[in-house]
Design a protein around this ligand. Structure first.
Ligand code: AKG
Length: 371
């Protein structure tokens, strides 16, 4: 990891790594200057519709044999990795690996150190069976590599119709440029889908994997609570672990990876993200800036398709009314040396701000900062 705390993912090295789980808590939002007016003129929505109408995703383009990528996928040069961009390479040695079976005090100490600095760590002995991780990755691959006729019925962005949605680029009609990625997005908790709502190839693996991830998230919230000097059930009682939404990402091989990205630089607007295989959520505000999260992006690659499963753990009901601000136990009076850094905010407002920027997806926690 580069000191800028930006983590990106190079193409998976052969042989394929063992599935692994990474976790992140909330971010150090940064400001960047964008020439949006110019770029919006470059990408009329009609071109997005052209890509969307096929309901075949990026994989459909690859299957049709494209050797150059459509202009809608061209990203601004300054957002693309540069040859000398050392921050675009994950330094495996710099990602803390935490053994959850180690003595409790040690685990809490390591979690605190990781969450307060990079905001990202990998866990071992996490209780999610390897067979469940492998099956989940295979299921995501299985669905994405089905014939388009099998996938098309699931193609929608309409959250009111189904809890299992297949699409390419959620923000296709809002973003400056599209990413080289297809996604199956699952709303798994608090109210799970019926097995029949899921694509057939994904039915078997998804419930076992996500059930285990919910248990792991509960353990991590306990560790994070303790690492903040709070009672173990503090974050859980705040409702941080009630909801689970899962992005199953499929990054097809790309003929011109130097022109596009698998996922733009962003932070996740959730409390915690558990990422399967390559790892990298929203605790910075409630921890008054103590817990950090990591900016990340995904590079496109000519190699083989890459798969990731990002499990977003967050608040369930009451997203428009429940307010979250710095935890009172973590702040002092304004003159006590550690005053509240942020105003309280509803999840709806927080996420609304996050998506305002389309593909830039920069929540800009500074927007909620108290002067
Ligand atoms: O594919 C990855 O490694 C990251 C996925 C991600 O950042 C997302 O789905 O928001």
């Amino acid at each position: 990891m580069h000191p800028s705390s930006q983590v990106t993912f190079p193409p998976p090295p052969p042989p394929p790594p063992q599935p692994s789980l990474g976790l992140s808590s909330e971010p150090p939002y940064r400001h960047h200057v964008h020439r949006r007016g110019l770029l919006q003129r470059l990408r009329p929505p009609a071109r997005a519709a052209g890509v969307d109408d096929t309901k075949a995703g990026v994989k459909g383009l690859v299957d049709s044999g494209v050797t150059s990528i459509p202009a809608i996928f061209h990203h601004r040069p300054d957002t693309l990795p540069q040859d000398d961009d050392v921050s675009s390479i994950v330094d495996d040695a710099a990602v803390p690996v935490i053994d959850l079976a180690a003595p409790r005090e040690e685990v809490v100490r390591l979690v605190r150190a990781a969450a307060e600095t990079g905001g990202f760590f990998q866990v071992v002995n996490h209780g999610v069976p390897s067979s469940a991780m492998a099956a989940m990755l295979a299921a995501v691959r299985g669905f994405n590599e089905e014939p388009v006729e099998t996938k098309r019925p699931y193609y929608t962005r309409d959250t009111s119709k189904t809890k299992a949605r297949f699409y390419s680029n959620l923000d296709l009609f809002q973003s400056e440029a599209a990413c080289w990625r297809d996604t199956v997005f699952l709303d798994m908790a608090p109210e799970p889908p019926t097995p029949e709502e899921l694509p057939e190839k994904m039915r078997g693996a998804t419930f076992e994997f996500t059930g285990a991830v919910m248990k792991l998230a509960a353990s991590v919230f306990e560790l994070l609570s303790e690492s903040l000097g709070l009672a173990g059930d503090h974050l859980a009682k705040m409702g941080c672990g009630e909801s689970l939404k899962v992005a199953c990402n499929y990054y097809p091989p790309c003929p011109e990876p130097h022109l596009t990205l698998g996922n733009t630089r962003h932070t996740d607007p959730t409390f915690l993200t558990v990422l399967l295989q390559d790892g990298v959520g929203g605790l910075q505000l409630v921890s008054n800036g103590r817990l950090k999260s990591v900016e990340h992006r995904v590079l496109a690659s000519t190699g083989t398709a890459r798969i990731s499963v990002a499990a977003f753990v967050d608040v369930g009901e009451g997203r428009s009314v429940r307010r979250f601000g710095p935890i009172p136990e973590l702040v002092t009076s304004p003159d006590g040396g550690n005053p509240p850094m942020y105003r309280s905010v509803t999840i709806e407002e927080f996420i609304g701000h996050f998506y305002k920027k389309g593909s830039e997806r920069r929540p800009r926690l500074d927007y909620f900062k108290l002067e």
